[in-house]
Ligand binder design. Structure first.
Ligand code: HEC
Length: 122
């Protein structure tokens, strides 16, 4: 009986360990201060076109999808270059702020950032 209980306890511990193992998946982790700062800047300057909480609206350019293949340096350069309806943020934002935005967009939006205000175009 004792042996059986030990086995049960062991299995339970193992299950618990597997369930609570920290995942690298963004949904399970809280945003870093840098990612949060990036979400704030994004909410003030980018969400009207690139989507509140990164959810693409209307014909908005899907930044979250584009950023998967985009290195930080290229993202910052892109954000500082006016193209079509995309304005240049070269004078409005510092590179460090754009780097924070990159960190946020790259990571993706998670529920712990739902309190960050984001301007909408609706
Ligand atoms: C007025 C609408 C608008 C706003 C505001 C806006 N964007 Fe854009 N953005 C666009 C559009 C449209 C494109 C697609 C441009 C194209 O390639 O024709 C784009 C493209 C981009 C690209 C890709 C550029 C490239 O080189 O491929 C980046 C990076 C980007 N935006 C970052 C940002 C960031 C960061 C902000 C906020 C600081 C922002 N955008 C705010 C409309 C906007």
């Amino acid at each position: 009986m004792t042996r059986f209980l030990l086995l049960v306890a062991g299995a339970a511990t193992l299950t618990l360990a597997l369930v609570s193992t920290p995942s690298t998946h963004a949904q399970d982790n809280k945003a870093s201060p840098r990612e949060r700062a990036g979400a704030v800047v994004f909410g003030q300057h980018c969400s009207t076109c690139h989507g509140v909480r990164l959810i693409k609206q209307d014909a908005a350019f899907d930044l979250a999808a584009a950023v998967k293949e985009m290195p930080e340096e290229r993202f910052i350069r892109g954000a500082k270059t006016a193209r079509g309806s995309m304005p240049s943020f070269a004078s409005a934002l510092k590179d460090a702020e754009l780097a924070d935005v990159y960190a946020y967009v790259k990571r993706g939006h998670t529920p712990d950032l739902d309190d960050v205000p984001m301007e909408s175009n609706h």
